[in-house]
Write a protein that binds this ligand. Structure first.
Ligand SMILES: Nc1ncnc2c1ncn2[C@@H]1O[C@H](COP(=O)(O)OP(=O)(O)OP(=O)(O)O)[C@@H](O)[C@H]1O
Ligand SMILES: [Mg+2]
Length: 428
């Protein structure tokens, strides 16, 4: 495969670094024997939906966990295995997967469910793509389930992006309401733990469900995950210790398997670009920097200017100060000064507090309540989860904020350079 040249010398006949690069692609679904360190989670998900394979009613389950902890992978994996096992018992079990970050309304989700059910069967009726409402899509769903299936597993990924939760009620009541005889098991997935709190307010008891929590991977699990994809590279290209380093860096930062794999791939790209024959620890370090900035940029790109300024303010406190954590008040004071630099009206301290909370949510910062003693009350201390350098870089990528001081400019006022008293506003 890698040897095909097409005969044109403009294109290398052989990739010196990668052999099966597709193993490192973001959307790549690894084979069963490449799934590592999630045996308990696989068992737990199987225990909830597994009754389907015996012709019994399944449980619904909600899976929570940070990004890159294998939620989507494990859900699809277990659902497919359940489908095969059901087949072995002469039970027709469908698997439906919807990414609710794309299908973010009930109409879109039900349309996609109806269409993918139709795809899996001989259903003849036309399902219109537009011009019809949710009810009509439900009719098709119940119709197909009734005709063609004994059971179905519905995976609603990124379910927090759905604008309402009615679909959960519809799916869980379908049998009772005599819409269909098929058993329906829902696997809901979210990386927003807050969604868990709002879910109870949004739905009634008809959507009975269990909850599972997936934890970030530790270094040894990340190492295994990457080892199992080592054959993405040509033999002997990865230098000793590179996977270990990559795993250690990713585990320290976030325990996110997707990022760990991305770092490995980026390091390979880098090595190839500069004509190196091997991937070294140095390449991993550099790739990790790039990946981290991308991660921060992804996380902050949807944020408001004030959220970005809030992050920048905290980063600037850390860079110019001598501590890792700062109170809301301190961040606010810095933030007000920074607003002046970019000629923006500051929001209130409480508004800033809410912005910081939102960022804590996204995993960019960590906020910890500290008791200040009985008379002082408690206050929040904020710290960055990432290198402040990355925050400064990511925030300055916003065209309206590119005039903010660079990391190096901020460093000039840090205590280690003995220049602490320089007023931040003197950069303007
Ligand atoms: N246990 C594992 N073994 C092998 N590869 C894994 C494992 N867990 C995750 N991966 C890989 O890491 C990437 C991220 O996993 P996945 O998409 O399942 O994460 P997620 O928890 O759904 O994250 P998000 O909340 O961002 O959607 C995928 O490419 C997946 O193949
Ligand atoms: Mg996912």
């Amino acid at each position: 495969m890698a040897e095909q040249t097409g005969g044109d010398p403009l294109f290398e006949s052989h990739d010196p670094i990668f052999d099966r690069k597709e193993l490192l692609h973001v959307g790549h679904v690894p084979d069963e024997d490449r799934i590592v360190g999630r045996d308990d989670e696989i068992q737990s998900v199987a225990a909830e939906v597994g009754a389907i394979t015996r012709g019994d009613p399944p449980n619904n389950v909600m899976i929570y966990g940070k990004t890159g902890t294998g939620k989507s992978l494990i859900s699809r994996h277990v659902a497919t295995r359940a489908q095969d096992a059901a087949q072995g018992n002469d039970i027709d079990c469908g698997v439906l997967y919807v990414d609710c970050s794309e299908a973010n309304t009930e109409t879109r989700t039900t349309r996609q469910l109806a269409l993918s059910l139709k795809e899996q069967t001989e259903y003849q009726q036309n399902i219109p793509l537009r011009g019809v409402g949710t009810m009509e899509y439900y009719q098709h769903i119940w119709g197909i389930l009734e005709d063609c299936f004994d059971a179905v597993i519905v995976i609603l990924d990124e379910i927090d992006k759905l604008d309402n939760s009615n679909i959960l009620m519809q799916l869980s009541r379908a049998r009772e309401a005599r819409k269909t005889d098929a058993y329906i098991g829902v696997i809901g997935i979210s990386n927003k733990v807050q969604y868990r709190e709002t879910l109870d307010e949004r739905i009634d008891s008809s959507f009975g469900h269990r909850e599972l929590f997936f934890h970030p991977y530790d270094a040894s699990q990340l190492r295994e995950i990457m080892r199992n994809r080592e054959d993405a590279f040509q033999p002997d290209v990865l230098e000793d210790g590179t996977i270990e380093l990559c795993a250690a860096l990713a585990a320290k930062k976030h325990g996110d398997a997707r990022k760990a794999i991305e770092i490995l791939k980026e390091a390979g790209e880098l090595a190839r670009r500069i004509g190196s024959e091997t991937v070294s620890e140095d390449h991993i370090q550099q790739a990790q920097e790039v990946a981290e900035i991308n991660r921060i940029e992804e996380l902050t790109s949807g944020a408001t200017v004030h959220a970005k300024l809030a992050l920048y303010a905290l980063a600037s406190c850390i860079i110019t100060g001598d501590r890792e954590t700062y109170k809301t008040r301190e961040v606010y004071e810095r933030y007000v000064g920074i607003c002046e630099l970019v000629a923006t009206d500051p929001i209130t301290e409480n508004g800033l507090y809410r912005q910081l909370k939102e960022q804590a949510f996204l995993g960019v910062i960590e906020s910890e309540k500290t008791g200040g003693g009985r008379s002082q009350g408690s206050y929040l201390l904020h710290r960055l989860v990432t290198d402040p350098k990355h925050i400064v870089k990511a925030v300055r990528r916003d065209a309206s904020l590119e005039d903010l001081p660079t990391y190096d400019r901020l460093r000039e006022t840090s205590p280690s350079t003995g220049n602490r008293d320089t007023d931040l506003t003197s950069f303007s």
